[in-house]
Design a protein around this ligand. Structure first.
Ligand code: FAD
Length: 484
């Protein structure tokens, strides 16, 4: 039986001299039984196996323990092969060891296969690592099991422990859910850092199960390959061009709104004496002073006609002119911050911008929303810069946060200015009310206009106490409803 076993078997004395070898041993080594018997096992050594291997082997054997390992052997014709060897001390009935049992097989082919797999793994890993795009492989529980250098860099760049979670959440919220072949996503970052843009592709892979019990039925484990190419530089270029167009558009919008408000204010003020005249006329008519009242009546009718004509000439605002589109509210705030930066710098105000990393898109008019946010930020800057004496803030800060919960986007804008007293918090939304008490720049229609814009988008604005000591504006916008 030993002779016919399909593994090389030798029995040696304690100096490793071969006393017996089987047919498989001769087949593997090339030595016939006659040539092998009587010679030492060291005849098989290729003389390159480190001495420490033999020392370890012999130390084990001397302690009566078996040894298992791989050695580089030579065939009888001199060619090398890798032998997987197992040597066991054989105890006699009296407990002494007088023989060793050696079993060995040629594992060169298996070794070559192992090396090929390792080389391929190394090659794939270096290609993946050198790739400029971030690559991550996620298992069925969403755990990243393989990633590359570009992906690891995202951990610091995006300030999150697992960037894949953020990218996949952004993909899920993107305007084209389900389509994951080159979808652009935007990731907003805290601390005033510019947003990052990625072109994401996902692919479902079915990996082979490595467990022994799946040897025959080959169940597959679903995995997700995520590839994200950084498009930030390209988007920044496009953003620069867009911001400069935006500046012009917003300036035009502001100019038109100011003109509209100035004329409205003038008309409102003209209407006051006219209403007084109308009451006087009614009084005179009651007293029967018909001659004067006829003249006054015609003057009054003429004046009202002129006012109506003037009202027709009011410049048209963009309200309703812009079609509703999917809007990223973080982008709206970011745009306004970009445009307002020179003013913020000039006033020495620092901005703490804490966007929700991924916001759902809302339906609305980006231009009007920008105009509303700009009014709120301009008001915060005004209140910090124009505060006098005791009200002058020691800190000059604005903190802006966005959040999304239950399909409602919230913007919280805190300033370190003097704040708005509770009794004025409703009044400030009335047209022509100004808490600044100055004539000129402040017409007192900004908040009323901003409230109108937010209301047109199905949302609302509140004024609260800010933790910074000043005013907190909380703005809520529903995602579903959007602009009619
Ligand atoms: P050596 O000078 O013979 O020995 C190298 C080192 O091994 C020495 O420094 C010493 O520390 C230790 N050593 C050697 N012999 C003994 C001993 N009798 N007692 C204590 N320590 C010792 N070797 C192979 O290369 N290929 C094989 O397939 C192989 N099969 C073996 C099968 C069996 C059953 C046994 C018992 C040994 C086998 N050996 C095999 C080991 C072999 O006997 C030699 O030890 C080894 O080949 C090194 O030989 P060497 O002439 O290069 O160096």
């Amino acid at each position: 039986m030993v002779d016919q076993a399909d593994i090389g078997i030798t029995i040696t004395d304690t100096a490793a001299n071969i006393l017996y070898c089987n047919t498989a041993f001769s087949r593997t080594t090339g030595y016939s039984k006659e040539e092998a018997q009587g010679r030492n096992q060291s005849m098989l050594s290729y003389q390159t196996t480190p001495t420490t291997m033999y020392q370890e082997m012999w130390t084990n054997l001397k302690l009566g323990l078996s040894w298992h390992g791989r050695l580089l052997n030579r065939h009888q014709d001199g060619t090398p092969y890798l032998a997987e060897l197992s040597v066991t001390p054989v105890q006699a009935i009296d407990g002494t060891v007088r023989h060793y049992l050696g079993m060995h097989r040629d594992v060169t082919a298996m070794h070559q296969l192992e090396q090929r797999v390792l080389n391929q793994k190394q090659l794939i890993e270096s290609i993946i690592d050198a790739a400029p795009m971030a690559i991550a492989l996620l298992d069925e529980n969403g755990k990243v099991v393989l990633d590359n250098h570009a992906y690891k860099k995202l951990v610091t760049d995006l300030g999150v422990p697992e960037p894949a979670d953020l990218l996949l959440a952004a993909l899920a919220k993107s305007s084209t859910p389900g389509k994951c072949d080159g979808v652009d996503v935007r990731i907003d970052r805290a601390g005033g850092r510019a947003p990052r843009w990625f072109c994401c592709t996902t692919q479902l892979l079915e990996m082979r199960n490595e467990d022994a019990d799946s040897f025959f039925d080959h169940p597959r484990q679903p995995s997700l390959l995520l590839i994200a190419s950084d498009l930030t530089a390209l988007h920044e270029e496009q953003e620069k061009a867009r911001t400069s167009t935006l500046k012009t558009l917003l300036a035009e919008e502001e100019h038109t709104a100011t003109l509209h408000e100035s004329l409205s204010a003038a008309l409102y003020q003209i209407e006051e004496p006219i209403n007084v005249i109308a009451s006087a006329l009614a009084l005179m008519r009651g007293r029967g002073e018909s001659t004067v009242s006829a003249v006054l009546e015609s003057a009054l009718t003429g004046a009202r006609a002129r006012i109506d004509e003037l009202r027709q000439l009011l410049p048209t605002q963009t309200r309703g002119a812009e079609a509703a589109v999917g809007v990223n509210f973080n982008e709206v705030v970011r745009d306004v911050l970009d445009i307002t930066t020179p003013r913020l710098l000039a006033c020495g105000i620092t901005v703490d911008w804490r966007p929700e990393p991924v916001l759902p898109a809302l339906l609305g008019s980006p231009l009007r929303l920008r105009s509303a946010v700009k009014t709120l930020i301009d008001n915060a800057i005004d209140s910090i810069s124009e505060a006098r004496d005791k009200q002058r803030p020691t800190r000059r800060e604005i903190c802006i946060m966005t959040a999304a919960k239950h399909d409602v986007i919230t913007l919280t804008l805190d300033d370190s200015g003097p704040g708005i007293p509770p009794d004025l918090r409703l009044k400030v939304f009335e047209p022509f009310f100004s808490a600044h008490g100055q004539v000129g720049r402040h017409l007192g229609t900004g908040l009323a206009r901003a409230q109108q814009i937010i209301a047109d988008h199905g949302g609302g604005i509140d004024i609260l106490d800010a933790p910074l000591g000043g005013c907190r504006i909380r703005l809520e916008l529903p995602v579903e409803l959007g602009m009619p």
